[in-house]
Write a protein that binds this ligand. Structure first.
Ligand code: PEP
Ligand code: MG
Length: 582
């Protein structure tokens, strides 16, 4: 029995058999042993992956050579030569045969041998070939591992997935009826993979370094998503201990669910709108069952993932209409496409960038690809007659982006008007405050929009210069850093100064201690994962607004993130010990 610590991102306990899903991102794979009768199948899988990889590279080379000339496409010729290397192919087949190994392990082992050999050669040109081998190797491994999902489908019963990484699109396509929980080696608390774990309502842990190498398919593991603990092959006493912890968790969840139909109101009568963040239209059922008063953030980019064509206006209209109708008379804030960062769509050729979080993404992408943007705006406008829909733009850094977006929105409105299609002419438009410049100049932005929503996941990463995906620096990702608390305070004051409402839809507001701070700072709406709503409501219903205000003022005067957090936790304990102890 062994125990490991990672970052718990979706609460609850899962106990079950593990399924090791290889992501193709790392060449450090654990060995999968196969029976003698499966050897020819593994060789065939490898050869099939070679052919698919070769075809992919030929397509890219053809495209590049017509777009930017032959020279730049030469690199892919080098990749093809590596794939055709007989020695490499034979070496892999030999490892499969001699070591009775799965194809991906055999290929990764041989590739690593090549790295070693090349790095010892004293020739700059040959050394540079290492990066070609790595590139083409990853592509081939990706193709081999792509089949892993098929293997998962064939796996008997429910499993806990362990993987080096699960991309947001991989996570979005997980089948909830098969997956009890997951654990990954990389990723931070607000990575979209973590967020999806919460929306799937399964226990999940990220940032658990080197866990995959410790696991074999069918090992029994415990995933404690509340505390970030994994236990491999636990004894019966440990299983019993975690089972009773799981029952306590379910009991608290059951207690909190009783608050479902009560308002999110402080003891002295200040009401906060408690809305939910969703990624898929069918999640409205979960929003309602957890007592949400609307949708404060609908992340529409998942529409564009795991598919080969762009979503049509009709298809989007259909989903937006369903959400509007399900939540009526409550409000639904639809965020326009926020691709980029850790979220990519296979249909859109967004080039690989050095700094994708600072790159061509979200509103920046939409303002260049106005065709895609306008299709989405038309769909939202058409759906706006079926409920209370609002539009929100992500990653706004400057006022002129809002103005440019308005031009496209006005065009969409004019088109619909001409076509005689009904829509809400007064539809409200807001922006996410998630880039430091937007928070610092929120007085200027407030004049141009109807509302703000604080996107603290990104705001924290940009203000503190902490990659929200990186588990190694996750300890520096401090939602209560004085700089963050001050920026939130400033944004709320600027919004209110211009008579617009201010919400918060980042993950930090899921923490009841922080929810108290936001209430005290004057937030009008809190939006969080549906599962987090009951405990936020409980915290709000446990405190007086005047006390929350005093707490917020005191927090603003403190000097460090940990100090502020400890102070908030202590205050939460005073008013609701069961939440503070969780
Ligand atoms: C945020 O940045 O806080 C946010 C809510 O948006 P996302 O997590 O999708 O970037
Ligand atoms: Mg964001």
């Amino acid at each position: 029995m062994k125990q490991y610590q990672g970052i718990g991102v979706s609460a609850g306990i899962a106990i079950g058999k593990v399924f090791v899903l290889h992501s193709g991102e790392s060449f450090n794979l654990p060995k999968r042993t196969v029976g003698p009768e499966q050897i020819s199948n593994e060789i065939a899988r490898f050869e099939d992956a070679l052919t698919r990889t070769r075809n992919e590279i030929l397509t890219i080379r053809r495209k590049l050579s017509s777009q930017i000339g032959r020279e730049s496409s030469d690199i892919f010729t080098a990749h093809l030569l590596i794939l055709e290397d007989r020695t490499l192919i034979e070496d892999v087949i030999e490892v499969i045969k001699n070591e009775k190994a799965g194809a991906e392990y055999a290929f990764a082992t041989v590739i690593q041998r090549y790295f070693q050999a090349f790095s010892q050669i004293n020739d700059e040109y040959l050394k540079e070939r290492i990066s070609d081998i790595r590139d083409v190797g990853k592509r081939l491994l990706g193709n081999l591992c792509g089949e892993e999902k098929k293997r998962l489908e064939e796996f008997e019963g429910k499993v806990i997935i362990a993987s080096h990484d699960l991309s947001p699109s991989d996570t979005a396509s997980l089948d909830r009826t098969k997956v009890l929980g997951f654990v990954t080696e990389i990723g931070g608390p607000t990575s979209h993979t973590a967020i999806l774990g919460r929306s799937l309502e399964i226990p999940a842990i990220v940032g658990m370094d080197k866990i995959v190498g410790e696991l074999q398919d069918n090992d029994t593991i415990i995933v404690d998503g509340t505390h970030g603990i994994v236990v491999i092959n636990p004894d019966q006493a440990t299983i019993d201990k975690f089972n009773s912890q799981g029952s306590r968790f379910n009991q608290l969840t059951g207690e909190l669910d009783k608050l479902r139909d009560l308002p999110a109101e402080t003891l002295d009568g200040k009401r906060i709108t408690l809305a939910a963040n969703i990624e898929f239209h069918h999640e409205t059922a979960s929003v309602i069952s957890h007592g949400g008063n609307g949708v404060g953030l609908y992340r529409t980019e998942y529409f564009y993932m795991n598919r080969t064509t762009l979503p049509t206006e009709e298809e989007q209209y259909d989903a937006y209409r369903k959400v509007a109708e399900a939540m009526r008379p409550n409000t639904v804030v639809i965020r326009t496409l926020d691709l980029g960062g850790d979220k990519f769509a296979s249909t859109l050729e967004i080039p690989h960038e050095m700094n994708p979080y600072l790159g061509w993404r979200a509103i920046r992408f939409c303002l260049t690809r106005t065709d895609i943007f306008k299709t989405q705006l038309r769909a939202i406008l058409r759906a706006s007659v079926h409920g209370d829909l609002k539009i929100m733009y992500p990653m706004v850094a400057s006022v002129y982006e809002v103005r440019a977006a308005k031009v496209v929105l006005d065009e969409a409105k004019a088109e619909l008007e001409k076509e005689g299609v009904p829509f809400n002419k007064e539809i409200h438009v807001g922006v996410m405050i998630e880039i430091p410049s937007a928070a610092l100049a929120s007085d200027v932005l407030a004049k141009e929009v109807d509302f703000f929503s604080l996107g603290t996941n990104d705001l924290i990463q940009y203000v503190l210069a902490i990659d929200r995906m990186n588990e190694k620096i996750a300890y520096l990702y401090e939602p209560t850093h004085p700089a963050i608390v001050r920026l939130i305070d400033m944004t709320i004051r600027n919004g209110h100064g211009h008579h617009i409402w201010v919400g918060s839809c980042g993950e930090m507001s899921s923490d009841p201690a922080i929810a108290i701070l936001l209430v005290g700072l004057g937030i009008d709406e809190i939006s969080a994962s549906p599962v987090a709503l009951p405990k936020i409501k409980k915290a709000i219903r446990s405190i007086r607004y005047v006390d929350a205000q005093a707490i917020a003022q005191r927090a603003l005067a403190l000097h460090t993130g940990p100090e502020i957090y400890a102070f908030l936790k202590a205050k939460l304990k005073d008013v609701c010990a069961e939440l503070a102890d969780e």
